[in-house]
Design a protein around this ligand. Structure first.
Ligand code: SIN
Length: 521
């Protein structure tokens, strides 16, 4: 089947739906998702959406907090734009009837999270902001958006000029082609590359690998955020315990009840996430378990109904007020390099949401800036595409492909455990080199694009994308010889001034000739 549209959106999270619903009915819009509408990471978001709407707050303070958390790797122009547009985005959602939480005076309830100097987290359903927002966005999708569920996009189509003109997908009925002048990746991040993660099982880095194969530049891939507090039961993560819990007064303690963040950072339990995660990691490495002491949180069950149910489901005794926690992969700051409206470096290809690197997060994302980024860039890209004129372009593919894989793919759990071990919270040269060799033993990056993935099962396609995105992260982590935000190297434990303004760019064409490319920002 070949279908044509004005705009193809790949993905179905907050950024995808915000874009789709803002495109007017004059546009023929196709949305393709590998799962079904309403599944995925966005729905799992607990904390909320950051916006400077409090009486003593200002977008500039929100900007400063974002840049401090991002260890100054942020694109300042983009970060300032996002924090300025945030209050308006919230007002629009509120006016349209999105069910946020209000305080007793009838004003939006404003929570606090790590590294924020103000209460500015707008939330819904207590700790179910993602669900509330996704329900609202889904029901406000206009009828002219045609939705294809359970379609696995395995290739972006490019013509001889390198322009993207659509995507190929596979579903239970076979192979499909979708042609359009504008193709938007909104596929989310790559949390499932790591054994310990807060992310939905569908979040396997597909969009990053697809963009790389299509020739786009990716950047900041080494910056991976590990959330400090996943609920940890029998040595495995079973869900997220929102940072908002610490924002309401919970304290991280060891088995004796001694606070662990006391002399680590001036913001203690609300220090930036990489600081808290690394502290918990070291404790656990020394054989000490870490708990979240929630006894100081007033009305815990009302404020955090979802977390309460999660804890009860896993047999945590809430009367004791101690929740066992450990860090896990949460967010990718890097991704497809884009401009202020979401354009990638490949003509006709765009990226929004976590798959993109807009520069607003720098080396470490500030809490509750991710739903915000999806909402802001979904809207900006809609405006940009809405005003664009019709384009003509050649839709003829260039390359011949090999139709069998000359190697066996590893187990998904093997990939995840090795990533956690070698490219996780603490990294060093030896582990990164070993891991890179393991990844390259399956397929060399220069050969990825030679394989026709249409013959693979969904599971095999997913593993191919996982291996590729793992390689992009590992290679960049090896090249950045310093520690900054979500990238910690035990062999280079400090931030280095000469890395301050350097971004590592990954692009297929560069990779083939020059392994060490970084650019001054
Ligand atoms: C959380 O609620 O702790 C997660 C929210 C976020 O990652 O911004």
């Amino acid at each position: 089947m070949i279908r044509t549209a004005d705009i193809i959106i790949i993905g179905s999270g907050v950024a995808a739906l915000q874009l789709a619903r803002q495109l007017a009915s004059g546009k023929n819009v196709i949305l393709i998702t590998k799962s079904s509408l309403g599944h995925g990471n966005s729905r799992l978001a607990q904390g909320g959406i950051a916006a400077a709407i409090g009486d003593s707050d200002h977008p500039f303070y929100h900007f400063v907090d974002s840049v401090i958390a991002g260890r100054s790797m942020n694109n300042h122009q983009a970060t300032l734009m996002m924090t300025k547009e945030a209050p308006q985005i919230i007002r629009e959602l509120e006016t349209d009837g999105c069910a946020f939480d209000y305080d007793e005076k009838g004003k939006l309830a404003l929570g606090k999270e790590g590294a924020h100097t103000q209460n500015r987290i707008i939330h819904g359903g207590g700790d179910q902001t993602g669900k509330v927002l996704m329900d609202y966005l889904t029901q406000s999708l206009p009828p002219h958006v045609e939705i294809f569920e359970n379609h696995y996009v395995f290739e972006l189509m490019t013509n001889e000029e390198g322009r993207c003109f659509g995507a190929k997908s596979k579903d239970a009925s076979g192979i499909h082609e979708f042609h359009a002048p504008h193709t938007v990746l909104a596929t989310g991040g790559c949390g499932q590359l790591f054994a310990s993660t807060s992310n939905d099982s569908s979040v396997t880095g597909d969009g990053m690998a697809l963009a790389y194969q299509a020739g786009a530049e990716l950047t900041d891939m080494e910056f991976i955020q590990f959330h400090p507090t996943l609920l940890y039961i029998q040595e495995r993560p079973v869900g997220l315990i929102s940072e908002a819990v610490r924002g309401e007064g919970a304290v991280l303690v060891d088995k004796n009840g001694t606070p662990i963040m006391e002399n680590v950072h001036p913001l203690r339990d609300l220090a930036p996430r990489h600081v808290v995660s690394q502290t918990i990691y070291q404790k656990r490495k020394n054989g000490e378990n870490v708990y979240l002491d929630i006894r100081g949180v007033d009305g815990f069950q009302n404020r955090f109904p979802h977390i309460t149910n999660l804890c009860l489901e896993y047999g945590v005794d809430m009367n004791k007020g101690r929740i066992p926690v450990a860090p896990g992969c949460h967010f990718s700051m890097g991704g497809v390099k884009t401009d202020m409206v979401g354009r990638s470096t490949v003509e006709g290809l765009y990226a929004i949401g976590e798959v993109a690197c807009t520069g607003v997060h720098g080396a470490n994302r500030l809490a509750s800036n991710s739903l915000l980024e999806g909402l802001v860039y979904g809207k900006r890209l809609a405006k940009h595409l809405q005003n664009g004129s019709a384009l003509s372009f050649q839709s003829k593919e260039t390359s011949e492909k090999r139709n069998s894989l000359p190697f066996h793919l590893p187990a998904k759990t093997d990939i995840q455990e090795r990533m956690m071990e070698n490219v996780g919270i603490v990294r060093d040269e030896q582990n990164l080199v070993n891991h890179l060799q393991w990844l390259e033993s399956f397929v060399q990056p220069s050969e990825w694009r030679e394989y026709d993935l249409s013959m693979l099962t969904f599971e095999q396609m997913e593993k191919m994308f996982m291996l590729q995105t793992c390689w992009l992260i590992t290679r960049s982590a090896l090249e950045r010889e310093e520690s900054r935000g979500g990238h910690y190297r035990s062999d280079f434990p400090e931030e280095q001034l000469d890395w301050q303004n350097k971004q590592i760019i990954r692009q297929r064409i560069l990779e083939m000739r020059e392994p060490h490319e970084s650019v001054e920002t």
